[in-house]
Design a protein around this ligand. Structure first.
Ligand SMILES: *Cc1c(COP(=O)(O)O)cnc(C)c1O
Length: 395
């Protein structure tokens, strides 16, 4: 990674950091966009004397560029303490945080936590002796009751998936710290452009960079960001020891996506607000979940904690589960698919798709719920598409 004026960019605005941090022109050639260091190993001048890189699992300049950018966007200073670490998927980042715990430790998970996070805790780490409870973290009293002397982590998602409830990060972090636990926030849905959990008191942020950060539905990746130097060093050890690292091209694609994150997030928020307002007024819609709606239970908290309400909208059509399935099969602009956060709009039925792995756990979602990842197409086309699909589904 090329040398950069760290102090100058550390003081710059988010949009400027997104374009420049980790992306200084290549000193060897002047290439304005840094090259993809597609190599597995690095030449040494003499035994043990090298330019900071030895073997590409341990470190690669393209990955270092992405890590520098993500650390800056989550509010970490260039020299630390802490930093960002990138992984081959969001689940690899999540697993790395869980690997900092040991047998006998206890963990509290947000009750509508990402299905894959629940699965790896319940079906892998629980077998290794990690205890856990699912708690509705929108209720701070419930969290207070659930915290135990052996609780090491409280795992927050906000807005939650797929019900888009809003959790008070500062409130959770304060209670967790008072009980001697750390607070982790999965910031995938909000991105650092809309929400900066470390500034609200959280200890660790994790991301599926597959979603809004990459932003173009063409790469899978994950990241962990922390300002806690000890935890950072342990996680860096695990990144190298376990080896769930991303390839250089995937890092480069993700970094390319991040440069337009602020532009895309503004468009996602604008379009999601339009779609949510359209649905809220539609007679064939029973309920809309979107923190940007003034009547939404999370609206005021989101207004304080976030700088926009995000691109995800969930709703329940009036006709029930069969109507929801018909509707999801009748959109033309919205593609029926799992995942979220790309430029294109997606539609899915979580109870039958992304959230199958939480069936029977008490964390299931209403069978008639539809989740939209609202893209950056023209909002008129998105609303018209939903209108015709609602008509078709109502039959
Ligand atoms: C997708 C997702 C993950 C998992 O990330 P992968 O990149 O698919 O491994 C974790 N948390 C949330 C909120 C997600 O949406």
């Amino acid at each position: 990674m090329a040398e950069q004026d760290d102090a100058f960019f550390a003081a710059a605005q988010f949009e400027t950091q997104a374009v420049h941090v980790g992306s200084a022109p290549d000193p060897a050639t002047g290439s304005v966009i840094p090259p993809i260091y597609q190599t597995s190993t690095f030449a040494q001048e003499e035994v043990g004397r090298h330019k900071g890189y030895e073997y590409a699992r341990t470190g690669n300049p393209t990955r270092a560029s992405l890590e520098a950018c993500l650390a800056a966007l989550e509010g970490i200073a260039p020299q630390g303490p802490g930093g960002a670490l990138c992984f081959g998927s969001g689940m690899a980042a999540t697993t790395t945080v869980l690997q900092t715990l040991g047998p006998g430790d206890h963990l509290i998970l947000s009750s509508d936590v990402y299905g894959g996070t629940y699965r790896v805790v319940a079906r892998l780490f629980a077998e290794w002796g990690l205890g856990y409870d699912l708690v509705d973290l929108t209720d701070l009293d419930a969290l207070k009751q659930a915290l135990r002397a052996d609780t090491r982590l409280v795992w927050v998602e906000t807005p939650t998936n797929p019900l888009l409830r809003v959790v008070d990060v500062a409130g959770v972090a304060e209670l967790a710290h008072a009980a001697g636990a750390r607070c982790v926030v999965d910031n995938t849905f909000a991105t650092p452009f809309l929400q900066r959990p470390l500034e609200l008191g959280a200890d660790v942020v994790i991301h599926s960079t597959t979603k809004y950060l990459g932003g173009h539905s063409d790469v899978v990746g994950g990241a962990l960001v922390t300002g806690d130097e000890r935890l950072f060093e342990r996680a860096r050890f695990l990144q190298n020891a376990v080896g769930a690292v991303p390839g250089p091209f995937d890092c480069w694609l993700t970094l390319r996506g991040i440069k337009t994150l602020p532009l895309r997030m503004r468009a996602h928020c604008h379009n999601a607000q339009r779609v949510a307002m359209f649905l809220a007024e539609h007679p064939e819609v029973a309920e809309v979940c979107y923190p940007g709606l003034p009547g939404d239970p999370g609206h005021e908290l989101a207004a304080r904690q976030m700088r926009g309400y995000g691109g995800m909208v969930s709703f329940r059509p009036a006709g029930g589960p069969a109507t929801a399935r018909r509707l999801a099969a009748h959109t033309r602009v919205f593609t029926l698919a799992e995942s979220l956060g790309g430029i294109e709009s997606l539609i899915e039925v979580p109870g039958a798709m992304t959230h199958l792995s939480v069936a029977g756990t008490g964390a299931e979602v209403p069978a008639d719920l539809i989740r939209l990842s609202v893209g950056i197409e023209h909002p008129d086309d998105l609303v018209a598409d939903l209108q015709q699909a609602l008509d078709a589904a109502a039959g």
